[in-house]
Design a protein around this ligand. Sequence first.
Ligand code: OOG
Ligand code: MG
Length: 263
Amino acid sequence: MSTEPEWNVQTAAEVLLDAEKTRTDRGPITGDWPGLDLETAYDVQAELMARKVAAGQHIVGVKLGLTSRAKQLRMGVDSPLTAWLTDAMSLPLGVPVPTAELIHPRVEPEIVFVLGRDLTGPGVTAAQAMESVDAVYAGLEVIDSRFTDFKFTLPDVVADNASSARFVIGGRKCRPADIDLALEACVLQVDGEVVYTAAGAAVQGHPAEALALAANALGRRGVVLRAGWTVLTGGLTDAVFIRPGQQVSAEFTNLGAIVLGAV
Ligand code: OOG
Ligand code: MG
């Protein structure tokens, strides 16, 4: 860039949206704006989402990031975070990842909740959080960091809405009471080869802990998790790159399997 932007919440949101639109990765924002702290990064995230909503997208839920050790170790960031899902990110089951619309997409398996009633933090326990869950699904999230080589600090990835790009929800709806989610196993394959395996306990000891974490973190920011919202509880395993012609599948014990292609 020939003219350096004057860094603030507005310009940071603009730079990130522009990177997404033009499919151009860039260095971390903290490289240019070392003063970007976590609180301000959430303000950038909110500004980014406000612009997406103003452009016609609708908030359909929340995603957690970096809730498993596998993800934290790979990304070099050891703190979970929250971000937003919109309808534009929803990829219907059976539709391949449109790689031409993305920078360097990676796929990760997640346990997904759909809320049956509002959930208001702070002070929510995992057990209380589970009472708000109507259904559990298998999920695959497609992440696409706007930062080169997925290299970022916590404030960078928070500002970037946790690398959000697309998400796929599995076709089998399960009731939370019917499954021990800590022991729910997941096998991730790329082109028929097993790449990673995990159990639900990989996510904060139990995915319900991730949901409580989201309710509490967002509650402190005055946000209520709404009935009907989708909650991605975070990658159970490290993510894998997906390229045109490849196929990633996640097979769960009770939640069923999802197969995701790419064009
Ligand atoms: C950040 C997004 C993390 C998850 O499930 O942990 C995330 C990244 O890995 O680029 O979505
Ligand atoms: Mg994720």
